[in-house]
Design a protein around this ligand. Structure first.
Ligand code: BDP
Length: 706
């Protein structure tokens, strides 16, 4: 079937350059709702007719979507045809593409006279859809479309967003407004936003969504809520996205009236089997369960003296006949366990290696504590070769300034993925654990705690969208560079003009390090206030559980600061492979960025450059504040190139960030000085207030607080 589409573009817009930086002007008003899928008109392109050749899309919803998306993305661009979309079923399939997996695609193009012939090939219609999105990504980020030769398949099988959305419409650690799921009106009202959501995810290759909070209510597993989830699954299906549910461990008691949730009790297993059957009747391609068990007060198999493996395997057996999986979280630590919190997950899970069923993935946070601005990689990566380990990142910025601070997370994700576990010699990166290549696993996964809410711009700020985007791109290929991802995001989000792309990328790339500097430099962690983890609170020591208090992590006193995790301390370094442990055993051979994570050191300790630890620490805080000032200046220079709405919002957010950075610096320094009584290094300004002033600050009603 041949679809002919006259583009009929007037192509009247031509580039106008102005300003000292000669940025191209962008006049359209924008509110960020279009994300990176804005498809703005190209400038100066002549009218063209485009031809798309594809099999009859009748009965092939994904092919239909691929064609529609291609038209939608090409129309403003005035890109030349013809395009050919092909699968093996369509004939003349080139054997060289036989190795493409179910989701992979190949793009090729060549110039024929004054046209460009483009071919998008994939084994499945979903692969074609991904191929179309990739083509459009290239088209809208200024790539040369006349000589394409791209073959791409995802490295990780399950690329999932975890929504910490509650049934009452709130979002735990959500900073972008209410939940986008209108549970109340589902399943009848299928808000068009669900389609937009699925399309945005598909555009970056995300293929799964856990709909409800890991701190789950059993209600999600009742018939009315299964019907609601099924309605969402229907909307998502054509976009290649499966739904998953967080399962509350004690549901057999709460919903089934059983006396126990013991995983070895046959009645419990039977209840879950029946529940799985019921879900699959409504959602035939249901993905499976995500489980937070025996963690932060949630029930779990340990309540019955059973292991995590026994719990996970019982659920896995219920899902197995339907092809579902269990994503079992390793985020566990107990209030009555005096062991270093950073060690507890490893201690619990490492001995279980090899005991998990083949449809279980153990979901491990990138670091051993909790999504801090910087954490060394979690020692479980590389330590459980006989287990499917999946990565869990937090896209929502609970500990990184929440919605307002600009802290591009691409470098954080990539740092964790590229960390070398040395488990099987050099090159045993976390990425290779997660993509299964290191240990030969086929069931692989990566999850990101979503930063999506009902805000018009989805993520609470324009730049937070980049974190969602970067998660998807790295889930597809964990070896992509955060710089290249930032570039393609900036090109699609603002303008492909090289000056704009370079200037936006230059702000994004250092932004996470800037935040580390003003919040938790040199390996400090968890210094956030009690108000929803917003703002500084290094002095806090009043929370019920020791390991919820910042003082637990900084261990600061008159003599020194930092958490000793060496042989003289908690011995956590022994959880890493011997070569890494040997490096971490001494402060001199530990990276400065992780120094106080692993070592307790005197304030007068000499750093590699000869400065004292105290002076160096203060310099990091100073650098954090001046880093935000730089970002502000760089953003102002972009004014002529950015539409007023998005420019203004980002400017104001950077002002908030500047204020917060100062607060972080001053409050932290005031507290450390109250302990060490040391003078500030030359050139460093004293905090604006005394410590009491900072301690008296409150941030009530911080959003996202459970
Ligand atoms: C922490 C959050 C808490 C989550 C928990 C988790 O503060 O709200 O429930 O992680 O991941 O980061 O389960």
């Amino acid at each position: 079937m041949i679809l002919r589409m006259p583009l009929g573009l007037s192509a009247a817009l031509s580039a106008i350059t102005l300003s000292a930086m000669a940025m191209p002007s962008i006049a359209r008003a924008e509110d960020g709702h279009q994300l990176w899928l804005r498809y703005p008109p190209a400038t100066g392109t002549p009218d063209r007719a485009v031809t798309i050749t594809a099999a009859d899309p009748l009965g092939r919803p994904q092919l239909k979507l691929a064609i529609a998306e291609l038209k939608r993305g090409l129309a403003p661009q005035g890109v030349q045809g013809p395009f050919r979309l092909m699968t093996p079923a369509d004939g003349s399939w080139p054997a060289r593409y036989d190795h493409l997996g179910a989701e992979g695609f190949a793009l090729s193009s060549r110039k024929v006279g004054d046209r460009i012939d483009t071919q998008i090939a994939a084994k499945t219609d979903l692969g074609l859809l991904y191929g179309v999105f990739h083509y459009l990504r290239l088209a809208h980020s200024g790539a040369d479309l006349a000589r394409l030769d791209v073959v791409s398949s995802p490295r990780i099988a399950l690329r999932v967003l975890d929504h910490w959305d509650n049934l009452d419409g709130t979002v735990e650690r959500g900073y972008a407004g209410a939940s986008i799921w209108d549970w109340w009106r589902l399943p009848d009202w299928r808000d068009p936003i669900y389609t937009d959501y699925a399309r945005a995810n598909a555009s970056v290759g995300i293929n799964g969504a856990v709909l409800n909070n890991v701190n789950a209510k059993a209600d999600s597993l009742t018939a009315p809520y299964i019907a609601k989830a099924a309605a969402l699954a229907d909307v998502f299906r054509p976009w290649g996205i499966k739904v998953y549910l967080s399962a509350r461990w004690s549901a057999p008691i709460e919903l089934g009236g059983l006396k126990t949730a013991d995983p070895l009790d046959p009645a419990v297993a039977a209840w879950w089997r029946a529940k799985a059957d019921e879900i699959y009747r409504a959602i035939p391609d249901f993905g499976g369960f995500l489980v937070k068990a025996n963690s932060e007060g949630q029930p779990g198999p340990a309540d019955y003296h059973r292991t995590h493996a026994q719990g996970a395997n019982m659920l896995a057996a219920a899902l197995k006949p339907h092809g579902g999986v269990v994503m079992w979280r390793a985020f566990v630590y107990a209030h009555d366990n005096p062991e270093d919190r950073a060690k507890q997950a490893y201690n619990d899970f490492k001995p279980l290696d090899g005991q998990f069923a083949d449809n279980v993935l153990v979901q491990v946070k990138n670091g051993a504590i909790d999504f801090q601005p910087r954490e060394p990689f979690h020692p479980l990566f590389g330590a459980m070769p006989r287990t499917n380990l999946m990565m869990e990142f937090q896209i929502t910025k609970e500990y990184l300034g929440q919605s307002t601070h600009m802290t591009y997370l691409g470098p954080l994700f990539s740092e964790a993925l590229q960390a070398d576990t040395l488990a099987q010699g050099k090159g045993s990166t976390v990425a290779r654990v997660v993509d299964g290549s290191l240990d030969g696993h086929r069931l692989t996964g990566i999850a990101g705690v979503a930063n999506i809410g009902a805000n018009r711009d989805w993520s609470g700020s324009i730049f937070n969208q980049a974190d969602w985007y970067a998660f998807g791109r790295l889930a597809w290929n964990p070896d992509l560079s955060p710089e290249s991802i930032a570039r393609e995001w900036a090109a699609q989000t603002f303008s492909p003009a090289p000056k704009v792309v370079e200037a936006v990328t230059a702000i994004m790339i250092p932004s996470r390090e800037v935040a580390v500097d003003y919040m938790t430099p040199l390996g400090l962690a968890h210094q956030m206030s009690v108000y929803g983890h917003y703002g500084p609170g290094p002095w806090v020591n009043t929370l019920a559980r020791p390991e919820w208090n910042p003082v637990y992590y900084n261990r600061a006193d008159a003599q020194g600061i930092g958490f000793d995790r060496t042989a003289s301390g908690s011995k956590a370094i022994a959880q890493y492979s011997p070569a890494i442990a040997a490096r971490l055993a001494r402060p001199e051979t530990t990276d400065d960025k992780d120094l106080l994570w692993f070592h307790h050191l005197p304030w007068t300790y000499r750093m590699k450059d000869g400065a004292t630890l105290w002076d160096d620490l203060v310099r990091h805080y100073d650098r954090g504040v001046s880093g935000v000032e730089n970002m502000q200046g760089q953003w102002q220079a972009l004014k002529p190139a950015i539409d007023a709405e998005r420019f203004e919002k980002t400017s104001v957010f950077l002002t908030i960030q500047r204020r917060d950075a100062q607060l972080w610096r001053d409050a932290s320094i005031a507290y450390w000085q109250s302990l060490n009584h040391l003078p500030l290094p030359a050139g460093s300004a004293p905090p604006a207030h005394d410590l009491g002033w900072y301690k008296a600050l409150t941030f009530p009603y911080a959003p996202g607080n459970p």
